[in-house]
Design a protein around this ligand. Structure first.
Ligand code: LCS
Length: 395
């Protein structure tokens, strides 16, 4: 199916991507839960190491279960090949360490997952890699931040947790003119709703802990490359750094991907209803959701997304205290970090995911103290609304 010349729809792709032919004819790829693979002889082992023969040596280097999942994500994103990683952060650090050298420069969206910003500001800086953080939805800011040393433009869109949305086709033009690689964190949308490579990005990555797996039971990441040269270079670096996914987690993610098309539709439909409900609520100051006409980058979102996705952020009129009161009052929505699973999660970035950034960097990125983030699950939306209704009474 995967190699078939017949063009199939995105939901069909989610079900069939990456599935090959296996011994005994299973419809699901077997889990090769092994760290190593036997050689037929020293000649055979030598030929594998020299790349003269195709085959498996050691799971950190290659594993058939991991490869099946990687092929699925590469196919959904429209990429060449992908690299399964132990977490989203392993994917991000592998990309940075593969692309950047001392003396070089990275431009990054201000509204990114907290540890991504912290990694750039406190770890890459140790290797004399300089950085500039910009509101990347403002293309002039993005263009003006580029220097002759810029090698990477790193964009998370929609950004965590503000949902600030960057026009990727325009960002790709800026990167191309600067001879820099455009790297996009596509975690919030998944390839069902947004495909950055088609818009001109060079590299896409995900925390697969979120929508791709979708069931809140795996921590994993992935890097999708556009060409053989980049893939081969990244594979070598990942093999040295060692942050690879394991076969069982790869199997679980691959299983999760089968329902990705259905899940993203349901997340988007329910989130749209919730965003409208929240926007009309008298305790809510504002709502950020790409499907609302009030969304600051509504036109870009309409152009770039197949549907608005499952993430909402909103600010309560009562600020920090109200935020705390709502979160301590929810009964159906669960107070937890992470996102993109089938269950609805609610969290407070200033005290949780973006705590490590510090107040000043948070405020500059638009992450106000009263901001609440909602990851809308696939439950009956009436149950989520009823829970927020009773919790908002306490705000
Ligand atoms: N990129 C984005 C957009 C994320 O939201 C996260 C994690 C990561 C990368 C890192 O992925 P991980 O290593 O955790 O697989 N986001 C989280 C969040 O918002 N709450 O808890 C984790």
């Amino acid at each position: 199916m995967e190699n078939s010349k017949v063009k199939i729809g995105m939901d069909s792709k989610c079900v069939h991507a990456g599935i090959g032919e296996y011994e005994f004819g299973p419809v699901v790829p077997p889990i090769y839960q092994t760290s190593t693979f036997k050689f037929e002889s020293t000649e055979h082992g030598g030929a594998l190491f020299k790349g003269e023969k195709d085959g498996y040596i050691y799971t950190r280097m290659r594993n058939p279960t991991i490869e099946a999942m990687e092929n699925a994500v590469a196919s959904l994103e429209g990429g060449y090949k992908a690299l399964g990683c132990a977490s989203g952060m392993a994917a991000i650090s592998t990309v940075f360490l593969s692309l950047l050298k001392n003396g070089e420069h990275i431009v990054c969206s201000k509204s990114v997952y907290g540890p991504t910003a912290t990694l750039i500001a406190t770890v890459l800086s140790n290797y004399d890699i300089k950085s500039t953080f910009v509101n990347s939805s403002d293309l002039d800011q993005l263009k003006n931040a580029v220097t002759d040393k810029t090698k990477v433009i790193y964009i998370e869109t929609p950004g965590n947790p503000t949902l600030e949305t960057t026009d990727l086709a325009e960002a790709a033009k800026i990167a191309k003119a600067a001879n820099a690689k455009l790297v996009v964190d596509n975690t919030f949308m998944s390839p069902v709703l947004q495909r950055p490579l088609e818009l001109g990005a060079d590299i896409v990555l995900h925390s697969m802990t979120k929508f791709l797996n979708g069931h809140a039971d795996v921590v994993a990441g992935i890097i999708v490359t556009k060409d053989k040269e980049t893939y081969t270079h990244f594979r070598k670096v990942l093999n040295q750094l060692g942050g690879v996914i394991d076969p069982f987690n790869a199997f679980l993610v691959h299983r999760g991907i089968k329902t990705l098309g259905l899940r993203m539709k349901r997340h988007s439909e329910s989130a749209m209803k919730l965003a409208e409900y929240l926007e009309s609520h008298n305790k809510v100051k504002w709502v950020r959701y790409p499907g609302l006409t009030s969304f600051p980058q509504y036109e870009v979102a309409q152009k770039q997304h197949a549907a608005p996705g499952g993430m909402i952020s909103f600010e309560l009129k009562g600020g920090f205290k109200s935020g705390e009161a709502v979160m301590n009052s929810v009964k159906f929505c669960q107070l937890a970090v992470s996102l993109g699973g089938v269950e609805t999660l609610i969290q407070h970035p200033a005290s949780m995911t973006h705590l490590s950034m510090g107040k000043e960097a948070r405020e500059s990125a638009g992450i106000t103290d009263g901001l609440v983030r909602l990851s809308v699950g696939i439950e009956n939306v009436e149950d989520i609304i009823a829970d927020l209704e009773q919790a908002l009474e306490k705000a």
